[in-house]
Every structure is written in C-alpha cells, then in structure tokens.
Design a protein around this ligand. Sequence first.
Ligand SMILES: [Zn+2]
Length: 325
Amino acid sequence: MPTFIKKTDFFKLYSLTDGVYAAIAIPGKGAWSNAGIVDLGEEVLIFDSFSTPSAGQELRKQAELLTGKKVKHLINSHYHGDHVFGNQAFRDASIISTVETKELSKEKNKLGDVKKEIEHTKEYLRSLKQQIDLTRDPILKASLENQYDEMNKVLNDIPRLEVVLPSVLFEEKLLLKGSKRKVELHCLGGGHTPSDTFMYLPEDKIAFMGDLLTENLHVPIINPEEFLHIFERVRELNITTYVPGHGNVGNKELLNELEGYITFLKDTVTDAINNHVPLESLITRFEAPLPYKNWMGVSGIEGNLSKMYEFYRGKKQLRSGRTLI
Ligand SMILES: [Zn+2]
C-alpha cells in the first residue's frame, strides 16, 4: 500500500516500500506525468523527469532530501516531453534510455528559436481555449482544461528549457545493481511509442510502467498488438505494485483495465473492417460504453479508434497482398 509522505507544488510523494517512492503528478501544475525515486544503496535512481525543468528540479531536491544521497541515474521511459522535459535537472547523472528513444527525442523534441517556440505554444493555447469554449461534453472539457494548464506551465519554462539527451543507451534489457537493490529495465518494443521502457524491481515486486500503463485515460495507442504482447510478458513477472505514467499507484487491476480497453477497441475495429464499415461511419455510430465514457483524454476514445482502425486495416491489406499492387 502506498503511504502518503508529502505534497510539493508539483506532485505528491508516496513511499511504496523502504527506499522506493512514487512521485504522482498533481494535475495542471507542471509535472504532468508520474516519476519514481529508488534508493540503490550508495546512490539514487530517478525514473522519468516530468514535463518542466522546474518540476524536474523539485524532484531531484526531494529525492536527495528523502534519501540523503546523490542522484546517479535518470531513466527516460519514452521520448514524450511530459516525461523528459525535466532532464536538465539531472544533467550530471547518467541519463539512460533505449537507442530508439534517444533518436526519437533528438528528432521530435528539437527546440527552435525561443521566440518562435513561445509563439507556437501561445497559438496552441489559443486553439485549446477555443475548443474548451465550444465543447459541451464535461469530460472532454476537463481534459482540454488540464491540457491547457499543463501547456501553460511548459510555456512559462520555455525560456530556460533545454533538451538534454540520454547518454547511456540499451536495446532490450539493462540491469543496475546497487548494494540495496536490483533494478531491471525492459524494453519489449512499443505500444504507446515505437520504444517504451518499464522498470521492474524484482525484490520489491514493484514496476514503474511509464505510459505503458495509465489510469482512466485514453492513452494514445500506436501498436495494439505490441501493447498486448508487452502485457503478456509483464504478467509473467512477480509484480504487486504498479506505478502508471498517469494516474494513481495501483495493482494488477490497473493492468486488467487497460488490457480490457485495448482488447475492446481491437474487437470493435476488426469487426468493422471485416464488415466493410468505413471509419467515418464507425465513429459516427460509436457510443463509448462505461467506464470508458468517463475516461480523460483530449482525443477521446475516437482518437484510438481511428489509430487502431488504420493499424488493423494496414495489416489486413498486407495479408491480402493488396498493398503490393
Ligand atoms: Zn507518453
């Protein structure tokens, strides 16, 4: 059971066991995603660095306060800005990711001229504001408002934001051994991005999942087959506590829920494809069942329906060989 320790301006800290902590983002405050703190014995490891340098700095401060030790490693679970824009607070640590995550970070998180970045972000915030004013769906409204608040925090930090890339790279598995505990990093492919890493603490039966696990959220799914395959492999490990990338600390039920969601979407889109229902008609006729109706997300369930429709249609075309003509 997670034990609440304290609240900072950005996140709430929970102790999961002696020397392992979850930093759970307070919505709209500039952390945006969850992070982890692991006492290895002589030094400390951090899992993900939040969405702003300010939140990253606070994470480092709290990690050093809690353990009285220096941060030695930072893990980047995947390349998304809400998990890596706090990297600069850990510049002197070894920043670890997969080779592909580093490449994606370099390519997609490139920062241009500060003035232009500020202008683009302001423009995006204006478009979000328009959507907020137009939407009547209270869940979508709340999701857009949260996106607005988080992006506003990113905007405030743009003048000092630097993209600090990982310096220690691995492909599928990396073991880190401290005097106090062992840490395993696993990348079994990518379901949310092309390369998603999760961290497993075998002696503590704890996993920090990055965005391979989220709570009550339409987390973007780019490859449902790999996502489900990763879940199968995760089930083979001895895990009792799961820390999701967004949402609260949970148990196996959290995994069951997201797996159920992906399977439901997969069945819905493959049925539609087999019955030659075009995507537009599928979306128009579609009514999200409970509990998915109440999940948050700026693209809603429709965003994932579209992505998965294209994914399975592509696969079908490939199987029938039509794409070769
Ligand atoms: Zn993500």
